[in-house]
Write a protein that binds this ligand. Sequence first.
Ligand SMILES: [Zn+2]
Length: 84
Amino acid sequence: MSFFWPKVETLRVCSICYKGFPDSKFFLNSNKRPQAACKTCYMARAKAWKHANKERVRELQRNARQAAKAKRNTDSLPSTTTNP
Ligand SMILES: [Zn+2]
């Protein structure tokens, strides 16, 4: 059987396109576990989601910008601020 099914890597089946890919074709989530969808499907889904949620994307981007700005401001505050 091995001549017919060469042993390369264990393939993970994408939950969207149902094709088998090695783990390198999957993004890892925060737990360092591969996502259920392959990179191609994940990107396609993310793109579709962004397209369908333009307002939400804008909001998230604005929040991220403001958070970064707030962090910069607190970082640059002088250390001699009055404590309560
Ligand atoms: Zn896929």
